[in-house]
Design a protein around this ligand. Structure first.
Ligand code: HEC
Length: 109
């Protein structure tokens, strides 16, 4: 019986470790490295919309993150501006896991 308590503790430790990957990089740094910040800023319009505006538009929409990730992957046009397009950002520029982290970060701006 004490053994099952130890096992439960070990399982909890493993799930906590999985939730906090040791190599977790700062999403702000990932966004810089992936080139996002060449076209986006937190609070000013560059080529793309300010990330604060993106956050304000989608923050309360739980279905937004996968759609936004899809727009980053495939490119996007006509949502924020009629004249500019977001070029697709391929997986060799930003991994799926990093993209997910960056989108979550964008939505918190
Ligand atoms: C070449 C310039 C450029 C780069 C690089 C770029 N974006 Fe964009 N982004 C844009 C433009 C322009 C729009 C507006 C497109 C539109 O109106 O549909 C946009 C729109 C967006 C949106 C809103 C999409 C929507 O569905 O409303 C998000 C989120 C976003 N970008 C995130 C990113 C992330 C994350 C990266 C880096 C991986 C990135 N962008 C790189 C120009 C860029």
């Amino acid at each position: 019986m004490p053994r099952s308590i130890i096992l439960a503790g070990a399982a909890l430790a493993v799930s906590l470790a999985a939730a906090l990957p040791a190599h977790a990089a700062d999403p702000a740094q990932i966004a810089v490295k992936a080139g996002c910040m060449a076209c986006h800023a937190k609070d000013k319009k560059l080529f793309g919309p300010p990330f604060q505006d993106v956050a304000a538009k989608y923050r309360s929409d739980p279905t937004a993150p996968p759609r936004l990730a899809d727009h980053v992957r495939k490119g996007s046009k006509g949502i924020w501006t009629k004249t500019l397009v977001m070029i697709p950002v391929p997986a060799n520029k930003i991994s799926d896991a990093d993209l997910k982290a960056v989108i979550a970060w964008v939505l918190k701006q």
